[in-house]
Ligand binder design. Structure first.
Ligand code: ZN
Length: 174
């Protein structure tokens, strides 16, 4: 299929429950390819299956945005098994186009996940990669940027969301 439309907030599929990936077949291979292609086109550093309306625990990350095949990471059924440190970083999301906010994330972590063949492995990540892993895992739990914000910060963010919508910057893809 190739690149697919990316759902924007507040599409309910972004906050729905995501089922575990059970079969690692051609269908998953094709979906993984579509996730990478959609991310490259956006462009973005990572994409989770629910962002294209597929509610399963699958995400891809490619910090090289298509330049380096070795940088492609597939995370199926991932969990963070270890994390350390804290760092405050600016974060964006393809489902909140044009908006950024500062979030506190672990500075380093280990994520355990299956690849597109269903093989389990542990991946160590720090800095930007650790941030990307946390961001994509949040998506698999239906957690979005706005859910991390409280009080005034949250109100201001939602006001910016409303403004983007009014300006027509965000196009509905559903
Ligand atoms: Zn996102």
């Amino acid at each position: 299929m190739g690149a697919r439309p990316i759902l924007v907030y507040a599409d309910p599929r972004l906050e729905a429950t995501n089922r575990p990936v059970e079969r690692f077949d051609e269908e998953i291979d094709a979906l993984v390819e579509d996730l990478f292609e959609t991310g490259w086109k956006a462009p973005g550093l990572g994409l989770a299956a629910p962002q294209i309306g597929i509610n399963i625990r699958l995400a891809t990350i490619d910090l090289s945005v298509g330049k380096d095949p070795d940088a492609r990471i597939v995370l199926a059924n991932p969990t963070i098994v270890h994390h350390q440190g804290k760092t405050s970083l600016e974060e964006g999301c393809l489902s909140f186009p044009g908006l950024f906010t500062n979030l506190v994330r672990p500075s380093a972590l280990t994520v355990r996940a299956q690849n597109a063949n269903g093989d389990w492995r542990d991946l160590e990540a720090e800095g930007l990669l650790a941030q990307a892993v946390c961001h994509e895992l949040d998506h698999l739990d239906g957690v979005l940027l706005v859910h991390h914000l409280r009080g005034m910060k949250r109100r201001l963010f939602l006001r910016r969301v409303a403004k983007m919508r009014k300006l027509g910057v965000w196009t509905a893809t559903a």
